[in-house]
Design a protein. Structure first.
Length: 236
């Protein structure tokens, strides 16, 4: 009886959360595996909704990182960006990405690493200012809070928000201060590509009291949003 009740609750939650939709369309093919996409988030409900969405990039799919706990948000990747889900058209299993160091030629290595260090220091400075401004006494909490508030998307009833962004499945930068990137190993096959947004409810635990008051009229989204599919050949 308990298992049946849990199944009904999960089914209802999935149906309810599905009222926030994610669509994308291919505006232009740039190169092999590289496209200009238009992403649209649509609130189909009569409620005000808030959800975090990092529009600066994408996440590659790793089963260990998909919907991972908020405590790992300090890892160097775009936690709130859509996950790239790829599978062969004839199969049901999603491909996991691989990772490698950025290929930086010797005469540019030092300047690139200096840039990375400057970006890190700039980010640390912003975080300390954020801690002071929002009365947060823990650096990790400040990092989570800063990332959440600066990427939160607030949707009115029936509102949709669109943006254009380039997707390159051969080079998915994990962050602006990372020295690694992710990529998919693809063969001469037909593939299906979709995007997932997964939001764990515990991410909102790091909101301050003042921020919760400002967001009180919004429902804080949690769950999984799945987009439409796009069929492509890797090398055509």
């Amino acid at each position: 009886m308990k298992k049946l009740l849990l199944l009904l609750i999960l089914s209802f939650s999935t149906l309810y959360n599905s009222q926030i939709k994610l669509y994308f369309s291919v505006q232009k093919k740039i190169n092999f595996g590289k496209y200009l996409l238009k992403l649209t988030i649509l609130n189909e409900t009569n409620d005000f909704y808030a959800l975090p969405l990092d529009k600066s990039g994408f996440k590659a799919y790793y089963s260990s990182e998909y919907c991972e706990d908020q405590n790992n948000i300090n890892s160097s990747y775009r936690y709130f960006s859509p996950s790239i889900m790829i599978k062969e058209t004839s199969k049901n299993e999603f491909l996991e990405a691989s990772s490698r160091m950025l290929d930086i030629v010797d005469d540019q290595h030092d300047s690139y690493m200096r840039k990375v260090e400057l970006n890190k220091k700039d980010k640390e400075k912003k975080l300390f200012n954020w801690m002071y401004k929002n009365d947060i006494d823990n650096l990790l909490c400040a990092q989570k809070n800063f990332y959440l508030i600066n990427n939160i998307l607030m949707l009115k009833p029936k509102e949709n928000v669109s943006y254009n962004i380039e997707l390159d499945v051969n080079e998915i930068l994990r962050s602006e201060i990372s020295t690694t990137y992710d990529y998919y190993i693809l063969g001469f096959n037909n593939y299906s590509l979709s995007l997932d947004i997964c939001i764990e409810k515990n991410i909102y635990l790091d909101l301050t009291k003042e921020q919760k008051i400002k967001l009180k009229k919004y429902k804080l989204f949690n769950g999984i949003i799945k987009s439409n599919n796009f069929s492509f050949d890797a090398y055509k």
